[in-house]
Structures are given as C-alpha cells and as structure tokens.
Design a protein around this ligand. Structure first.
Ligand code: ARG
Length: 560
C-alpha cells in the first residue's frame, strides 16, 4: 500500500494533478504533528491565497477513512495521521513475504544501463584512489540490477599507452621473470619507478620506451607477449581484491580493445567536418563551448585517451543499445568527460545526452598523498588487510569465545573499507581513518553489522512466533516501521541521484532506530501478542539491514 498515493488521490487542489501533489507530500521529521504532510507554500501563487488558508481548505475537504483517520492544518501544512496498526501490518507483511527481494522491482525493465567503474591501469598499483570508483560503481551496478535494469558492468582497463613501452624497457634492462612472477603488481611497479629514476639521469630511455610502445602497436611478437603477461599478472592481483570486495564485471574491454575501432570514428569526425589541424595534431575545436579542444590524434598520428573513449561510447551504444551509460570516475576528469560527450553530440549522436559522468571525490589516507611514479603508494590490499587485522583484534577483545573469528574479522574489515568509502556524498574528498571506519558506536558498517547480530540473537531466543498485527503501536515501534516502509523509495532516490551513500545512511538510521526500540521496549518479556509483533519487527529489520548492506557488497555475520 502506498499511503502517499492514497492521500494524493483524495486531495483536490486547483491546477495541480495527482502526480504534482504526490511529489509534494513529505514525511515530516516530527511525527507528533502527522505521519505525512503537504506543504502549501508553493500553491499560494497559483491559488492566490495564503498558504495557511489553502491548508485549512484542503484539510476541511479531505475525506477521512479507516486509513487516514485524522487531518489537520498547521501553519501552512496539512498533516495526515495514518492508522499506525494498519500501516505496521502492511509494512511487516511486505517485508517478511518478499524478504531478500524487499525493495526490488521491475522499474528498469527493458532499459539497459552500462556502468563503467574501477577501470584500473595495467601494471600500476591498485591503490586507495581506485577504491571509490570500485565500491560506488559496484553498488550502483547491484542497485540497478535490484531494480530490474539489465545492467552491464564494464572495467575499462587502462591497458594502452606509452607506459607499457617504459615497462618493457625497464624489464629488459633490470627485470627477471622469477622476480616478477613472485612479486606481481608490486614488482612491476618497482620497475616502473626505477625507469623514472633512471630516465631522469638518461633521457634517451624515453626514446627507447617510445620505440617499444610502437612495437606493441605494430604487433611485434615479443613485445605483445610481454604486454599480455603484464596484463595477466595485474588481473590476477586485482582479482583478489575484487573477490574480497564482492565486485564483479561483465566486460573487461579496456582501452586496447578499441585499437581497431578508432579509425571509423576518426573518419566520421573528418567527414562531418569536425576535425581541424592544430600544430600538426588533429583536434575538435570546442571554443564555442568554453572548453579547450578535444585532442583526437597526436602529431605523430597516435591516438589519445579521448579517441578511445569516443570509440568506446559508440561501441557500447551499438553493442548494448543502452538507455544510460554511466562512468564512475573521479572528478579530476570532469573536463575530459564534458569534452568527449560534447564531441559525440556534435557528431549528431542524439544518445550523447544519455551519458553520465558519475564523479566522486578523492580518498586519501591520514598519512598523506601518493604518487605512482615515485613509488609512494598506498596499496588498497594493504588497507583492506590492515582493517581485517584491526577487526580481528577488536572482536577478540569483545567476544573472545566467538567461533569463526577469522571469517567474521574478514566480513567486518572489508565492510569497514567499503562503508568508509561510501558513507559520504560521493563528490566529497575524504580522509580514510582506520579508527573511524572501525568504530562500533559510530556511523559505520560494523555498527550496522553488530545491530544485525543483536537482532539475530533476539530471534534465536524468541522462537518462531510472529505477528504482523498489534493492537497498539508505540512510538519506538512506529519509527522503526516507518523507516522500513521507506526502503523502496530510498533505493529509487539513490538510483536517480547515483548516490549509494543514501543506502549507507539509511542502514545506519535503521540500526539506530532498532537499537532505540531494543533498549526502550522489552521484546522477549512482553505479553504474548506484543512479543510476537516485536519479534516480527525485529526480523523485518534484520531482513532490510541485510538487503541494504548486500547492495553495498557487505556481508552480515550471524554472531559478533
Ligand atoms: N584508467 C583511468 C584512470 O585510472 C580511468 C578510466 C576512466 N574511464 C574512462 N572511460 N575514461 O585514471
């Protein structure tokens, strides 16, 4: 039952459709006044009346029934009071029948969404800077699937560019196969760092690197083999991290995938008169849009990052016929995305409007920033492992007799990393702090997980009795019910705004409301019917907390 819909369908307001009214109905923060409210300030102009008068008129005309029993007008708001027992019953029934599907839907039927995220660079460290793209993108992917959008998760690997020439040169000079096999990504990165140190002393190394890169492009066997080997090693290393974070991809088509797909794009740009020569390079002039030009071909004929993105966008449209195509990439690249989106628009691709750059802020560690050239890098895997280690310590202290401590420490530690990167609005820069993300009393995943363990233990002691009906619903219970009822709408809001942090915040809110209920109301010692209702409420809370965390890629231990 959609109470907002019920109310909206029964309100008559001059010049407003039911949809308009529906969109204006709010959940007031203070439930004393009402459970739903319609603010009348925006109606004043159209209806040529003071908001307070409009509110009075709407309240007087509203036909109350068994669902909405009380309507009042206060200071320009119409307040509606819902039958709480009915609302609770419907909500609990909805949650407990749908369970892990509660909140899901077919909203996206037939609307394919491409979601590009993580997009790590081959032979470069998977560092903490890639964390946000990875966890925000993965949550958006899971959320889209949950709401019925056919979704394609794409890892646009950075597997093309002169750095591979540098690596080959460094490998041939100073590397050994055994060392690299053993050290993986870190050993490759060490070679990369060494190359830059040596090239500062001997600039001719840069020419050597360029020559090697050219060899890759010309498909020289040895160079291509080395390059493929570097790629394989990197994917093995990052695969471990993706497994830990429960992150998955449907396509691994990286930049090199588009090598043979760029020429048609360049031809099309030329045909449409969009390419101009500038200092030997081929560019698209974007000065009319207050942007620097988009570089398509370098003076030596080499393609650029934007060229591959143009080819990739077109390929994705042709292959998936997307409804939307998202790019979860740091805001440092804002200009790049604006530029190549504009170029596609100028090419007459009407679908360019369906491309979305989902930008997010930087994550840094308390210790300070990093640079992959200098080797001052914070590896994400180290951060995750440190979180797991710390979680293990906390758990051992809190609950020394717990079974499966290792498994639980992993779930808690990984959750802390994901939640830590997700909790803020995505555009904010954040500083990652181990103590903050592992604070059991804070706004953290371990607080939510701990609340789940508490609910589990109540249910275990409480037996099988459940009742979705209560004679009376107390304020703590009702706050919890309302929060549970909000879950489906919150998910849609998170999807519309590309903000997985809404889900994280929601989970913390729900956990807080449950804990208030848990401490204020006795569950196990209540009278039979109340006890069964409170057990149902506890179970519904657990179901929804798990659903929320699972959309973020976070597991829930039974016990903690
Ligand atoms: N590999 C790039 C980096 O690490 C991100 C790729 C972003 N995606 C894109 N389609 N340009 O900075």
């Amino acid at each position: 039952m959609d109470f907002k819909r019920h109310i909206a369908s029964r309100i008559r307001a001059e010049g407003l459709s039911e949809e308009d009214v529906y969109a204006m109905i709010e959940l007031p923060p203070n439930t004393e006044m009402g459970d739903f409210a319609l603010p009348c300030f925006r109606l004043a102009k159209a209806m040529r009346k003071a908001p307070a008068l409009i509110a009075q008129q709407i309240a007087a005309e509203y036909p109350t029934d068994e669902i909405v029993g009380e309507v009042s007008a206060v200071n320009g708001y119409v307040n509606f009071k819902i039958d709480r027992a009915l609302w609770s019953k419907q909500t609990l029934e909805a949650v407990l029948s749908a369970r892990e599907k509660y909140g899901s839907g077919e909203d996206g039927k037939g609307k394919t969404v491409c979601i590009e995220y993580s997009s790590v660079n081959i032979a470069k460290p998977f560092h903490i800077g890639h964390l946000s793209s990875t966890v925000i993108g993965s949550a958006l992917y899971k959320l889209h699937k949950f709401l019925g959008y056919p979704s394609v998760a794409i890892n646009h690997l950075g597997d093309y560019g002169t750095q591979f020439g540098k690596l080959i040169s460094a490998y041939k000079r100073w590397g050994s196969r055994e060392e690299i096999e053993k050290g993986g990504l870190r050993a490759l990165n060490a070679l990369y760092v060494r190359f830059h140190e040596e090239a500062e002393k001997d600039p001719s190394l840069e020419d050597e690197a360029r020559a090697f890169f050219k060899k890759i492009e010309e498909k020289d066997e040895e160079s291509v083999q080395l390059f493929e080997w570097f790629k394989e090693l990197t994917l093995k290393d990052v695969g471990r991290i993706y497994d830990l974070l429960d992150v998955h991809f449907d396509s691994w088509a990286g930049e090199s995938f588009y090598i043979d797909k760029m020429q048609p794009v360049i031809d099309e740009l030329r045909e449409k008169g969009l390419l101009v020569e500038s200092e030997g390079a081929q560019i698209v002039d974007l000065s009319a849009y207050d942007m620097p030009p988009c570089l398509v071909l370098r003076s030596d004929g080499a393609s650029l990052y934007a060229t591959r993105d143009l080819a990739a966008a077109i390929y994705r449209k042709e292959t998936y016929d997307f409804y939307k195509s998202l790019y979860v990439v740091a805001y440092q690249q804002n200009l790049h995305f604006k530029q190549f989106f504009k170029v596609l628009e100028l090419m007459g691709k009407e679908w360019a409007k369906d491309l979305v750059h989902v930008a997010y802020g930087m994550v840094s560690l308390e210790e300070g920033s990093m640079s992959s050239r200098r080797g001052r890098v914070v590896y994400l895997e180290d951060v995750i492992n440190k979180c797991i280690e710390k979680a293990r310590g906390i758990i051992a202290e809190k609950n020394p007799s717990l079974e499966n401590k290792d498994e639980i420490a992993k779930t808690v530690g990984v959750g802390a990393v994901i939640f830590g990167a997700l909790y803020n609005n995505k555009i904010k820069d954040i500083t990652f702090s181990y103590d903050k993300v592992l604070n059991f009393e804070g706004e953290t995943s371990c607080y939510v997980q701990y609340t789940c363990a508490r609910a589990n233990s109540v249910l275990e002691k409480g037996g099988a009795a459940r009742a979705c009906e209560a004679k009376e619903v107390c304020p703590q219970e009702f706050e919890l019910v309302k929060q549970l009822a909000e879950f489906p709408a919150m998910l849609r809001d998170a999807l519309d705004k590309y903000e997985p942090c809404f889900i994280a915040r929601y989970a913390v809110d729900l956990a807080q409301k449950f804990n208030k209920f848990y401490f204020d109301c006795s569950i196990l010692n209540a009278e039979e019917q109340t006890r069964a209702f409170r057990l149902a409420l506890t179970e519904a809370t657990l179901v929804v907390l798990k659903n929320a965390l699972s959309l973020l890629g976070i597991g829930v231990p039974e016990k903690m």
